[in-house]
Ligand binder design. Structure first.
Ligand SMILES: [Zn+2]
Length: 189
């Protein structure tokens, strides 16, 4: 799957909308991204998982780990394609931690997988939680990179497609300047 095919799938499944959107942050954007919609069908999630896994077949990955909730579906799909175990980290009282009950062997080779990387913040928090528990994070991957390659997570990183999602305050929004009004995503008739 090349990046264009991936973004086309996102558009077909409404995971990527083009228009004029009022985001929950209050900012406006000409694009709206909801990765979960692109992964509704297991066969699609499996294709994306396989495409990510192909980058890591020679890296002796022991385990795939993802930050909940966004990374769970694609992380599981990557683990399935690599035939390794899958586990996750989650926020407890605001702090990213290894899900209760999971344990890591010292030096266990881990690939961290997310659906979309924007700043890399949740990936970095996930990596820190895994390393606190003895794991060794080899690399990170996502379906979509919204950072234009800029997100630094401290380990080598792969993304299947890059997507620029600009956002503006209402005063600076070019679509508002052109006389258009934004809609809340999901409120389309
Ligand atoms: Zn606007």
């Amino acid at each position: 799957m090349n990046p264009d095919q991936i973004l086309e799938h996102f558009r077909q499944t409404d995971a990527l909308l083009d228009g004029h959107f009022l985001l929950s942050s209050g900012l406006h954007s000409p694009k709206y991204l909801q990765c979960a919609l692109a992964l509704q069908y297991p066969a699609d999630a499996a294709r994306f998982g396989k495409a990510i896994a192909e980058h890591f077949v020679d890296q002796q990955i022991d385990t795939v780990a993802s930050p909940a909730i966004g990374g769970l579906v694609i992380g599981y799909a990557v683990a399935s394609a690599l035939n390794v175990r899958f586990l996750w980290t989650e926020r407890q009282n605001g702090e990213m931690t290894l899900r209760r009950g999971f344990t890591l062997k010292p030096g266990e080779r881990i690939l961290v997988v997310e659906d979309v990387i924007t700043t890399g913040g949740s990936t970095r928090e996930c990596i820190a939680a895994l390393e606190t528990n003895g794991g060794r994070v080899i690399a990170a991957a996502s379906i979509i990179d919204r950072s234009n390659g800029a997100a630094d997570v401290g380990v080598p990183r792969v993304a299947l497609a890059s997507l620029d999602v600009p956002s503006y305050s209402e005063a600076e929004c070019p679509l508002c300047s052109a006389g258009d009004r934004p809609i809340k995503p999901g409120s389309r008739a």
